[in-house]
Design a protein around this ligand. Structure first.
Ligand code: GLA
Length: 390
């Protein structure tokens, strides 16, 4: 039985009536441009075919019921409309409830409660944006249920708002944007300063994009993430003492940055800013390389991105470093880096099709031997963004 049928049946069973709508929103993998999206820089993600489904129905009272097939034992949660989880709560429902609150905060009319049932096939904590896909799919069902005029870009922004305000992670727009705006066979080159974007066809000739899950859950991620963001803000404030009108780190070329970086007194903040600036430059070069079919250059930029995330930004971990180092020395690998927020999660690699099998078995074997962890591999099919299925 496919996911849609399973979800509809389960919905009927849990809530005693069929869903009015079912929507789907994908996760994402970022090819390059990491930790640039809250620095006014560029990102280059593509949407996955993995993601989160949500079946939904309006109620006549003000109750919101929520359940997920991923945690069957969690049963059906029941909260009043407008409910806000206590600070520090780890409950999964703070993502969809955050989105409901974000819509209401933005002035959208949500006059009744609702029944929601979720299912997702992105491994949680893998850095492939299971939370963003849950936020975006929640926005999509609200749009259908209450007939709201919300563009897909706005869906992404409301998802980000929910994550910032109700979940407490000061994330940028990349994940929700990719989930909302993805296009099959394409990556999205997005300028996060202006939200201008273009779709770049992923003609990788004889290569594939492979995601490798280290199986280390990025548990440190939210506190360290917020810390990185504030270090970048400190660096920006220091740079503004020499250039008052500097809008963001992403507005600087590496040369401009080098000429003024002494203005950042704290060496740690200086390193964080250096990553943000150089990573943005690499992302621009990566788009050019892809357009010109210079895949080797694209791969080299990916490798440099990893080194910078490891050394200047300090968001990698030994397992991600091991996976990338193994990939770099494997024949047929064009490039490899950690992807997403870091501290665990996945790497993304570009691998020649003929080397794919060996890549998986060899990397898998050595990684298992050295860490005792069983890595998981996914060959990525860049997919479409959020959509209504029913
Ligand atoms: C997480 C955040 C994104 C982005 C990445 C790092 O996935 O949600 O906004 O900052 O980390 O590039």
């Amino acid at each position: 039985m496919d996911v849609l049928e399973t979800l509809r049946e389960a919905f009927q069973k849990r809530y005693g009536a069929p869903p009015e709508t079912v929507c789907f929103a994908p996760g994402r993998v970022n090819l390059i441009g990491e930790h640039t999206d809250y620095n006014g820089g560029h990102v280059f993600p593509c949407a996955l075919s993995l993601g989160t489904w949500c079946a939904a129905r309006r109620r006549t009272d003000g109750t919101v019921r929520l359940a997920t097939l991923n945690i069957p034992r969690s049963g059906v949660l029941r909260h009043p409309l407008g409910y806000r989880a206590k600070p520090g709560s780890r409950c999964w429902s703070r993502y969809p409830e955050g989105v409901v609150n974000a819509f209401r905060h933005a002035g959208f009319s949500i006059p009744t409660g609702m029944d929601l049932l979720f299912y997702g096939n992105i491994p949680s904590g893998s850095g492939l944006s299971s939370s963003a896909s849950m936020e975006v799919v929640t926005g999509a069902v609200l749009r259908v249920l209450y007939d709201l005029h919300v563009s897909r870009v706005r869906l992404a922004q409301l998802g980000q708002y929910a994550e910032n305000v109700y979940v407490g992670v000061q994330c940028g727009i990349m994940d929700q944007f990719a989930s909302a705006m993805g296009r099959r066979g394409h990556a999205i080159y997005l300028d996060t300063a202006t939200l201008r974007f273009e779709y770049a066809p992923l003609h990788l000739s004889d290569c594939q994009i492979v995601v490798c899950n280290s199986r280390v859950k990025h548990s440190l991620a939210s506190s360290e993430y917020n810390l990185r963001r504030s270090q970048c803000e400190t660096a920006l404030a220091a740079l503004r003492t020499v250039r008052e009108d500097l809008p963001a780190l992403g507005a600087l070329t590496p040369e401009e940055f080098e000429a003024m970086s002494d203005a950042i007194p704290d060496p740690v903040c200086r390193k964080r800013a250096r990553h943000a600036v150089y990573e943005n430059a690499r992302t621009k070069l990566a788009l050019e390389a892809l357009r010109a079919d210079r895949l080797e250059d694209f791969g080299r930029l990916m490798n440099e991105s990893h080194v910078s995330l490891r050394d200047d930004y300090a968001v990698s971990c030994p397992e991600l470093d091991l996976l990338t180092e193994l990939a770099w020395t494997t024949e047929g690998v064009v490039g490899s880096r950690m992807t997403g927020g870091g501290f665990g999660g996945c790497t993304v690699s570009i691998v020649k099709s003929r080397a794919l099998e060996r890549f998986q078995t060899e990397l898998g074997r050595v990684y298992r031997e050295r860490t005792g962890l069983e890595p998981e591999f996914y060959v990525v099919e860049p997919g479409d963004g959020v959509r209504r299925l029913v």
